[in-house]
Design a protein around this ligand. Sequence first.
Ligand code: MG
Length: 353
Amino acid sequence: MTTRKLILPIFLLLTILLICCSPQLAPKLPEVTEAPAPLPMENPDAPQSPEPDAAENARSPLALKITNGHLMNSKNEKIQLKGMSLFWSQWAPEFYTFETVKNLKEEWNINIIRAAMAVEHNGYLENPQREKEKVKQIIEAAIDLDLYVIVDWHDHHAEDHLQEAKQFFAGIATDYGHHPNLIYEIYNEPLDVSWSNVLKPYHEEVISAIRAHDDDNIIVAGTPRWSQRVDLAAEDPIKGENIAYTLHFYAGTHRQELREIAKIAMEKGIALFVTEFGTTNADGDGPVYAEETREWFEFMDQNNLSWCNWSITAKDESSAALLPGTTPSGINRKENISTSGKLVRDELLESSN
Ligand code: MG
């Protein structure tokens, strides 16, 4: 190639280089911008996917977990929750309100509330939407008020209602499992039935239905004989994370013998959760056993056991925390509180909840 023939390609190359390297002469590219955020959904009833679950909870100061048989907070410290249980949802619906939960937080110092959703006796089995709505009111109140909330399948024959329980808890887990406030209690008080052959298989199925939507919130599993034989559960525990076992007592009926059973279970390494206790006899009535109840308070404090007292209702029976005629707005007036209610409220007010 002659020198003359090289002039034209070199000239063209230099021209291209000059244009590309000069900011003024370079072709203007459109600026890269982020895609516009989608507008909020106009239909509030439209299904929305839950927030990222484990990661979301790990960031929340309310996140709970169970480590070595103890309930722990997000700072990896032992935490003891103390509060009140509502009464059967079908029989005391008037207390399934935001006002109830707010008054209990502000005037009783609770940090946990339990919604006891009735299953039989004109409860969820016959009126699923009606009873679920009551529970949702309490869950949403607890979330708004930064409290923990137990959703309790309040049943004595849940092994006969397995499909209903799975469907109910899958729905609750889908709607609320991304909130660290929520604790599932999947079987209030089984009767005297086999742990390994009846209760454990029931729990495994319900837990699996929950874990499909919520991989981390605490699940509390009921134990044989009205949730007293925690030792039997400890011999054959359920595999999985963040599972606790239910211990219930009524101070007039259950005393040192039951505390010994609880100790055996705890020594085997399972976490216990007193989702319900009463200051009276096991039928919810009779005298209020103040001294026996205080022994239980001491035992629960020593062993870091969380508790809810049975119950917030205005029924004419001694375990009711409110006197007959009391409404949710009257929870904060001392003259409306029963002997049992005063004993428990005093304990709550002394706690560092
Ligand atoms: Mg969760």
